[in-house]
Structure formats: C-alpha cells, structure tokens
Design a protein around this ligand. Sequence first.
Ligand SMILES: O=C(O)C(=O)C[C@H](O)C(=O)CO
Ligand code: ZN
Length: 274
Amino acid sequence: MLTVETRQAIHPEHARTLDTAGLRRHFLAADMFRPGEIRLIYTHYDRFVMGAAVPDGAALTLDRVEETKTPSFLDRREMGIVNVGAAGTVTAGGKTYALARGDVLYLGAGTGAVSFAGRGRFYIVSCPAHRSLPARLVTIADSKEVRLGAAETSNKRTINQFIHPLVMESCQLVLGYTTLEDGSVWNTIPSHVHDRRMEAYLYFGMDEAARVLHLMGEPQETRHLFIANEEGALSPPWSIHSGAGIGSYTFIWAMAGDNVDYTDMDFIQPADLR
Ligand SMILES: O=C(O)C(=O)C[C@H](O)C(=O)CO
Ligand SMILES: [Zn+2]
C-alpha cells in the first residue's frame, strides 16, 4: 500500500502566525513507518520527498507515484535509503542489496522500480536529478566521519557523511546521520540556515517515551516541535534546525538544493537567537 501526502512550501511570514497544531501540520513528519506500507511526503521544498517503507517480512514495491506524473518514480529522480531497522534487502536495477541497520543505499535516476523486503525499516528520501549516476551501497565504514562539539557545551557528536562529495557523487542529494555522545543532548548548535538548500531531519534510536525538542523558524523568530522516535522535521531554507534530546538519539539529515557543499552554512550564535 502506497500513501503520498503533499506539503506546500510555507512563507516565513505565514509560519510566524501558526499555532502548535499548524506548525506540526506543516513541518512535522509523523506516521511514516507503518508495517506493510510505503508512506511518502511530497514537499514543494526543492520537490524533496521523504518517507518510509516497512515491508514487515513481506515485499513492498515503489514504482509509479501519481504526484510525479512519470512512468516510474525514479525516472527523473535520485534516492537515498537508510535502514533504521533490522536486516532487510532492497532490489533495484536488477540487483539486490542487503542493508544492515545504519547502511545507506543510493539509487540514481532511471533505476526503475524499487522493492523492499525483510525486517528492515527503510527511511526514504528523494529529489529531482539531472543525470543518472550509479547505485552505491555505503556502509558506516565507507562514510566520512566528522567529530564536533564538546561535553562542556552538551553537544559532543559524530557526524557520518554518506551521500557526500567526499564519499560518492550525487546530483543534489546530500545525506548522513549524526549521533550524540552519552550526556550530550544538543545537535546543530551553533545553529545555522542555508538559503541554498532545504533540509529534512529524521530522529531515530530513541526510547518510545523520549522526545527531541526540535527548534525551527527564522533565527530571530524561533518555534519548537516535540518529536518522537522515527518522526522527522521539514526545514525550509529560511529555518534553523537544531534539537535537544530528552534521552539519547541519532538523526538522519538530508538536503537538496543549489549545491552539495555540506559546509555552506550561515551560522547563528546562541546570543543572536530569539
Ligand atoms: O549535528 C549537526 O551539526 C548536524 O548534523 C548538522 C546537519 O548535518 C546539518 O544541518 C547540515 O546542514
Ligand atoms: Zn543544515
């Protein structure tokens, strides 16, 4: 079963007027992981799609998606898949890839139908692509590791870059995940924006009762979302995206836009946030 929800791009002046329910309706990505289903959110931020496939021991196939009006979803798109569950497989372009928890699969434009099987919980992101690039399975050993933050500022964390120019080529997709050290709670502090690229976060590896207090909004007009395990946040180009966890967590960040330069960020120091 395939479900697709469309999210319109929201102007920052509109976002300022939203109450909690309105913010959650436009920016929270919830209820993507349902057993036996593929559930996607088609956004008008760089036509970025986020979602999940949970085959639950059977098989699920992603092929035609009405929203793109192309014979197959990946005809003019690239895709990143991260397994946040137990072992599973993805079959695409005539090959079957075994994905352990934390593995990332890149699929290029023109791949055709994509099938998910096993006990994996597959997080999916996709954006338009201007040319076809080869598929690649990227494990954590292949990723580029960056260590940031410090225990004194409660933001000591490891960033693993997977779909990133230093690891492999993509058209506009950039993807990786960030893991907080025990006792550190803050991600993406100092905060930043990047008007050239949108971003989406998926928080996972959390206790069911835990929450991340995710900060969003213009730097001088911030808002928050309380986010549960396997839920995410859409971050428009004008928005910060930072969070503090009540409990440990990892989050997948993925971006699409004008460049693939991870370091292209406009930082905002804590004293300048409102
Ligand atoms: O902890 C961090 O800092 C991040 O993971 C930042 C994200 O990767 C990001 O926002 C990239 O633009
Ligand atoms: Zn960012």
